[in-house]
Design a binder for this molecule. Structure first.
Ligand code: MLT
Length: 353
């Protein structure tokens, strides 16, 4: 079922105007290229706009954070079986910036032809509260394809950081507020939200060091250039098991099988932080239903792929149950998460403005 877009008509008109501007510019470039290529015919190439024949060309999945990080890892895992199912190449492109909002803004403005897909996570639900001037409306400017996975987070410290437990960490941060650094992926990132929850639980105001993603942030933490962070198990598990970092707590209510020695935040004395990082795939609003269905069918296949299930399992998570990998379940998740995080963020006073 397609959902009616509730945003005001002026917002939709503006989006259409911007898309028309981009399309005219692209058409002018194609025409110029055809003229330059000695009599080529502009109608030769697939324009990707025919939902019936979709897909005919490579599909790009845009990742809003740096390569090598947790969102990138999950996307590259599912891209392979999705490509096999769709019969075209699926390219992963990292578009970093502003806690994931640059990429989401670009995909919101892309042609609704199924060739530009966004992988985003919990940040899709926190950005509307964090960014007073967010240039897109998550519920109105996208069609949802389905949820992908839900990933626990872990508080970790750099190899030579003094504290060894969560209790020691809180005491140490309190004593060294001006010098301790907390790495994250910018306002709107899961790592930023987790830091905000740490601040709320402890009453401490962290000195944040923002990166384009927690991939590069973790590299710096491993090199003792930043002190601690809270990041997804898809990025941290192997470093925790290899004892390359200090592990303070996992953010789930129960311990997780892959990290049996890491206490929950509740056990570690921080209280129930209650955050896991859900991911979903999006396409621009007004993408034809046949295309949404084709992408959803490929997602469902990918979530049952043996390599995907095994690898996600090794990294402390799993694909969502298939009845949650649907556009409707995804939309409900986004709606409820926007409502869940709004008062918490508002109370914290944090904004990107
Ligand atoms: C990433 O892929 O770098 C992370 O998801 C960033 C974050 O949200 O903390």
């Amino acid at each position: 079922m397609r959902h009616a877009h509730s945003r005001d008509p002026e917002h939709r008109l503006n989006r259409q105007r911007r898309r028309i501007g981009v399309t005219i510019a692209a058409a002018a470039l194609v025409l110029a290229a055809c003229q330059a290529s000695d009599g080529g015919d502009a109608s030769d190439g697939g324009d990707g706009g025919d939902a019936g024949n979709y897909p005919e060309d490579a599909i790009t999945i845009v990742v809003p954070f740096a390569a090598g990080g947790p969102t990138d890892t999950v996307t590259r895992l599912i891209a392979e079986p999705m490509a096999a199912e769709l019969g075209v190449e699926v390219v992963v492109q990292n578009v970093e910036g502003a806690g994931g909002t640059v990429a989401a803004g670009e995909v919101a403005e892309a042609e609704p032809d199924g060739y530009t897909v966004l992988m985003h996570h919990i940040g899709m639900s926190t950005a509307p509260t964090l960014y007073p001037d967010l240039p897109y409306a998550p519920l109105d400017d996208f069609e949802m394809i389905g949820l992908v996975t839900e990933v626990p987070m872990t508080f970790i410290g750099s190899p030579n950081f003094e504290p060894n437990t969560m209790e020691e960490l809180v005491a140490y941060v309190e004593e060294n507020l001006d010098t301790v650094t907390y790495a994250n992926a910018g306002v709107g990132a899961a790592s930023q939200l987790c830091g905000l929850l740490f601040e709320t639980a402890t009453g401490l105001d962290l000195t944040e060091v923002p990166y384009d993603g927690t991939g590069p942030a973790l590299d710096d933490l491993l090199g003792d250039q930043v002190d601690f962070m809270c990041d997804q198990t898809t990025n941290t598990t192997e470093h925790i098991l290899g004892e390359e970092v200090k592990a303070y707590a996992v953010t789930t209510p129960e311990r997780i099988d892959t990290l049996p020695d890491v206490p929950t935040t509740e056990e570690a004395g921080l209280g129930d932080i209650g955050v896991t990082v859900w991911h979903g795939l999006y396409v621009p609003a007004e993408t034809p239903q046949e295309i949404v269905d084709a992408l959803n069918a490929a997602l469902l296949i990918a979530l049952e792929d043996e390599n995907v299930v095994t690898r996600l399992g090794e990294l402390g998570t799993a694909p969502v149950p298939l009845d949650r990998a649907t556009p409707d379940a995804h939309r409900e998740q986004l709606e409820s998460q926007i409502e869940l995080w709004r008062p918490i963020i508002e109370e914290s006073g944090v904004t990107a403005g």
